[in-house]
Design a protein around this ligand. Structure first.
Ligand SMILES: NC(=O)c1ccc[n+]([C@@H]2O[C@H](COP(=O)([O-])OP(=O)(O)OC[C@H]3O[C@@H](n4cnc5c(N)ncnc54)[C@H](O)[C@@H]3O)[C@@H](O)[C@H]2O)c1
Length: 293
């Protein structure tokens, strides 16, 4: 149902790969709410994904850009202003990738060249986008920028690997830039910390199905879906949240405030029979031992 929350607003949406992507869902909702926007993704994602299908549905133009490349970003933002007929009002940063996770390299043995790439793609890219937008004076006063993050920035989750470090940096960039952009132009910058969601990036995390089930049992409202995340992002782009900035906003059904839930304890009790004494813990699936180191 549309409330015309984004009527007249213009934006750039990074990260729609396929219809599972959080950014895809945000684009569909933003379109429903009356926004006009440009869709962008890395050149390689243009070949792998189905972004053109989304573009057609949303009447949006697609511009390829590697979010780690400043020239690409400058071209993307300048062309977007031309296409949309002026400055933009919102940006969605929905980008994440770790070569270490992809290759199953455990945290204590990270390959540093991959680690740099993880941080560049998943965190520094937000700084690059904001810095380029500011240089081009591309965002209207009272504009809004949202980046997607995960609670592994605050707590340790087995298997999330160097992406946890990237998310901690991403959240810090949103605060540091939020101060500068807020002070100068009343532009707000927030991160949305989303529940585990079955997407291409999500399913790359080892043990993802168990993580998703655990979060669901722990959350009083259950995991938040990609569609629900899109609803939340739309409110953050709208004029209804003009004084919310520099925040990490948990959109996770209550997970981040829980210690132990009844549903999780009931499931945990079932495994007591097979559970080794403390100190002799084994991962829940022995064949995964290497992956979970
Ligand atoms: N899926 C989850 O469980 C979950 C939970 C919390 C937060 N998030 C975050 O949500 C965001 C979106 O991920 P998703 O789950 O929708 O998965 P996704 O795989 O659909 O999206 C990730 C996107 O990043 C893009 N990308 C990678 N490298 C890029 C580059 N160099 N330049 C530009 N784009 C690049 C990919 O092409 C892809 O479109 C990520 O920041 C992710 O960490 C996901």
């Amino acid at each position: 149902m549309s409330h015309n929350l984004l009527k007249g607003k213009k934006g750039i949406i990074f990260g729609a790969l396929n219809d599972k992507s959080i950014a895809w869902n945000v684009a569909e909702r933003a379109h429903e709410e009356g926004a006009a926007f440009v869709l962008t993704n890395a050149p390689i994602a243009m070949r792998m994904g189905s972004i053109n299908e989304l573009a057609e549905k949303c009447n949006a133009r697609v511009i390829a850009a590697d979010a780690t490349n400043l020239e690409d970003l400058e071209k993307l933002i300048s062309e977007s202003m031309e296409i949309l007929g002026g400055k933009i009002d919102f940006i969605l940063h929905s980008i994440g990738m770790s070569p270490n996770v992809r290759k199953g390299i455990p945290y204590d043995e990270l390959k540093y060249e991959y680690y740099h790439r993880t941080l560049d793609v998943s965190a520094f890219s937000l700084h690059k986008v904001l810095s380029t937008a500011r240089k081009l004076d591309a965002i209207n006063d009272w504009g809004s920028v949202v980046a997607l993050t995960y609670v592994a920035a605050q707590r340790t989750f087995v298997g999330y690997n160097d992406m946890a470090d990237a998310k901690a940096i991403l959240e810090s960039i949103s605060r540091s830039f939020g101060y500068i952009y807020g002070r100068e132009k009343k532009i707000r910058i927030n991160t949305v910390s989303q529940s585990p969601t079955l997407t291409t990036a999500g399913s790359g995390i080892s043990g993802f199905d168990k993580l998703e089930d655990f979060a669901n049992r722990m959350s009083p409202l259950g995991n938040a879906t990609a569609e629900e995340c899109a609803d939340y992002c739309v409110t953050l782009f709208s004029d209804l949240t003009r004084k919310v900035t520099m925040q990490n906003l948990f959109h996770d059904g209550g997970f981040s405030s829980m210690g132990m839930s009844l549903r999780a304890i009931q499931q945990y009790e079932k495994s007591f029979r097979d559970c080794p004494p403390i100190g002799e813990d084994i991962p829940f699936d022995e064949k995964d031992v290497e992956k979970f180191k």
